[in-house]
Structures are given as structure tokens and as C-alpha cells.
Design a binder for this molecule. Sequence first.
Ligand code: MG
Length: 476
Amino acid sequence: MTDFPISRPFLGTVCLLLTSHIAVDARGDDTAGADERPPNVIVIFADDLGYGDLGCFGHPTIRTPHLDAMAAEGVRLTQFYSASSVCTPSRAALLTGRLPIRSGMCSDRRRVLFPNSGGGIPASEITLAEALRERGYATACVGKWHLGHLPQFLPTQNGFDRYFGIPYSNDMDRVNDAPAGKGAFWEPQVAYWNVPLMRDEAIIERPADQTTITRRYTEEALAFIREKQDQPFFLYLPHSLPHVPLFRSPEFADRSQRGLYGDVIEEIDWSVGQVLETLRELEIEQRTIVWFTSDNGPWLSFDSHGGSAGLLREGKGMTWEGGMRVPTIAWWPGTIPAGRIDTGLGSTLDIFPTSVRLAGGELPTDRVIDGYDLTDSLTGKAASPRQQMYYYRGTELMAIRQGPWKAHFITQGSYVGNTRPVAHDPPLLFHLDIDPSEKWDVADRHPDVIEQLRQAAESHRQTVEPVESQLEIPLG
Ligand code: MG
């Protein structure tokens, strides 16, 4: 088996021929044959949650007891990256294991997809849902999609058996008579944003009642888990929040010392607790790996309505650490040892290969996959295989990390103020193990390191072939 099919109609046929590698299993299932069943995969993906926004990642007043317990029972990944600092490319990377520049899911002109976009995730991409469905998994996407809202791009066309959620960001489709500028966000009303709520391919509510959206995503997720408990399943649960505008259910109103933003996080924390509790109740927690992470850093220009990157510099939209390093927990009782902190490098890009291998599949060989199988590092058996991280803004490679070293070739602001790119020659150089806040440029002391990073960047560029940007295709 050498070639992997490019076009979707052949995917099923060829995948069935793939060699099967049943994941090593010491998880103590008590039914005969259960040991050969691959693990369920759940990916909980917050939107614009900052590195410093969880109790277990150091926030002093946001209470996240369920995520803290998840971290205590699993592994906390402190150097884990999204592949982009904004929504659409980040999601494309997670679901394909490929840098967005390879799939056309990034652009230098439009940073994400909008309701007036005509593009979306290309059919030629193999999503994690498609790869796992071929291995017999039931699949569901519950939450924010943002990989194309036209029928041909929806989750149900990309490997998911079902979909429930808002197809793009919760601040899009703003109505004309909403308060101007950021006024609409400071006291958000559901009616200000005419965003659709969809079930599969149909709009079932518009505007979506965002007040109850986290609760309803949770109910939908739990129903799927209960329904599919007897077979392997993949649940992708990308919350619409805490992306602005901020909403929470009445039960979570005015609970957090951190204010409205804290309320929103505490409801997401409750949701995580519901998922883990349901797995335990069904006694399938030892055959389920659960990831919790975020799509990009906090939206700092929204003041108290945006999150915190903690000790990391800057936030969403930028290639400083705060834009792309995200708070991440992996949980799999009986397989991932409890209470570990893994300081090795990791990325949302790695979820695709890790999951496919755990499911007994093989990675496609007809395309570049940018992720690594993290199974051995998650279980504490080996160091992370990831040594590098590439920081793109659109199609521009702005910075590269290799080991502890990060070189910024170009820096740029996010959305406000001066967003002109600034080139650096020599690049800015930071030792991120010593200086995670990127405070002390040590370029002048390490010309050899700079040369190595330049060469690594050049080698990487050689692997990138130009493709059409999906984000620049207009509607209609
Ligand atoms: Mg986001």
C-alpha cells in the first residue's frame, strides 16, 4: 500500500485495504474482544480561550474545577500550539493534520471565512472525521464549524454523520440596527447577530439563541455519546465561545469574580465535567481519549471581554506566543498517567496522526502531513517527536521554533492600531524555555542558532506548494 487516493469517491475503497494496527491496550476492559476496540476520540475546542484562562493554567479568579480535575487525572501540555492565530486556518489544521497553507485555508487578504465567502475546506482534504469513519467510527460535530457554510463544505460533507451548531463565528451576520462599533459587544443581545443554528444541513433557528448555546451543545454531545457508547466514536466539540459576543446560560450569570468572561468559561468548564462524568457513568472512560484545547489566543482588543494569555506575549491574530500557544489537556484514564506535565512541543496538527494511529489506520502518503503521533509522549514513554513549530500569518512564514529557540523574521500587530508588517534582519531570537514571555532578544549572542533556524525555515519552505486560497473566493 503506497498511494492514498486524492479524490473523495475512492477514499472508502482504498482505506478498507489499509493495514490494521490495533492500538496496544492495557485498559482493563472486562468483555472479551473489547481490548481490540480502538479508543473513542473526543476533541473539545474552545474559541479564543487564552493560555492563562484556566485555573490549572494559573488564572487567579476563573474557577475551572472540572478542567483542573481533568488535568490532575491526565496530562497538561504546556508547550502546545494551534497552527494558526485565527479561527478558520486553525480548524482546518486540526481536522487535516496539515498546515493551512497546504490546503488553501489561509489568505493574506482575508484571515478567516465570512458569510459572504464562497470557499471552504476542499473536498480533496482528508478530515479526521473521514479517516476515523473509515475505521468504523460514528462521528459528530457539535459547535462552531467555520470551514465553509455552503452545503458542499458543511460537516456532513466532510466525514461527520451529523452536525449541530453555528457554521461560522458568533459575531458574524451582525444586524444593521445593532449598536455601532464595539457597543454591541459590551452588552450583547442575541438579536444583534443573525447567526444561524443548523442541524445537519438545515437552519433550525435564526438568530441562534446564544444564551443557551453552550448548554445545548453539551446536551447534544451527551446524547451522541450515550447513543454511540457501544461502538467507537469521534466527537468534535468546538464551542462557539468565549469568542465575543459573550453569552452564558442564566444559571451561570454573575457567578464569576472575573465577570462575564469568567461566567462563560465556567459554563464551558461545567460542560467538560458533564462529558467526563457521562463517560464514567457509561464505564467507557478507559477507552476514550479526550482532548481539551483552544483554536487560538485571547482577543486582547476586547478588553475584559477577551481572555488572558497569562505570561505569554500578545494574543489572537499574532505570531507571538500568546497568539498560538494554547492551554491543552489530554485525558485517558488507565493509559495516560495521571497528573503529569509535559513540556515537550505539541500541536493541534498532531491530533490527526495520533488519532488515526490509535484507530489502527495509516496516514495518507500522497500528501504532506505536518503532525506527529504523540501517543508515546502522552503516555510518558518517550519525549515528544515534535521539534519544530511554524508560525504562519496567511501564507507568510513569520517565525519558526526549533527546540527551545524561536526566531521572528517578521512581526505584526493583530487587528487594531499599527498592523503593518515589520521585518527583522537579523531575526528576533528568544529562548522560550528560559524566556516564555519573549522579553529578551538574544540574537546578537547566537548567530549560529539564527543560521540553523534560517536553514530550517528554508527547508520547510521547499515543502510548500502554492494552492488557491479558499478564503478569497467570493460568494456566488
Ligand atoms: Mg478563534
